[in-house]
Design a protein. Structure first.
Length: 173
């Protein structure tokens, strides 16, 4: 996606960080605390930064064939289905309030969007109260992932997840 096509572009004013990079993958790809994608052979990543200094990242994972991509997509769906419990267990481990809420916000035949609101554990996420917006689309032997964060300590949340169906449509092209 181009920066101008990212969610909440009016408020976020997204800009590309650098040209997309492509790498071979010889290990699992970790999207967040909940999702680990197995079986991808190549990975293209495009990073973006908002005017608020928050990130968005589009990852495209290539698989040997469509069946392997379909299987990875099903595993990702299962991981996200249990993401609320996974996030709360992590919060408990770090002595934080167990306030994680994960909900599906949109779906197509080959794509799903979620929103996770939580007091995050520092690591893959920045620490503190935030919303993570996660999108996954399978296109043939490719899995396209997009995620962006709204950190409460930076600015009030401005994104309305009613726009998630349009984001999924943009990722399927």
């Amino acid at each position: 996606m181009a920066a101008s096509q990212l969610p909440d572009t009016a408020a976020q004013k997204w800009k590309e960080l650098a040209p997309a990079s492509v790498r071979k993958l010889s290990q699992d790809f970790q999207l967040n605390e909940c999702v680990r994608v197995h079986g991808a052979t190549a990975w293209q990543q495009q990073g973006f930064i908002s005017a608020r200094r928050t990130p968005a990242v589009q990852d495209s994972l290539a698989f040997a064939d469509e069946a392997t991509a379909r299987s990875a997509f099903r595993d990702l769906l299962a991981d996200m289905k249990s993401c609320q419990a996974t996030s709360r267990a992590l919060q408990k481990q770090y002595g934080l309030p167990q306030d994680a809420e994960v909900r599906q916000t949109a779906a197509t035949s080959d794509g799903v969007a979620w929103s996770r609101s939580w007091t995050a554990v520092e690591g893959l996420s920045a620490s503190g109260a935030q919303a993570n917006h996660i999108y996954a689309v399978r296109r043939g032997s490719l899995l396209v992932l997009l995620h962006f964060d709204e950190w409460d300590f930076v600015a009030p949340r401005s994104y309305d997840t009613a726009g998630d169906a349009a984001v999924l449509a943009g990722l399927t092209r």
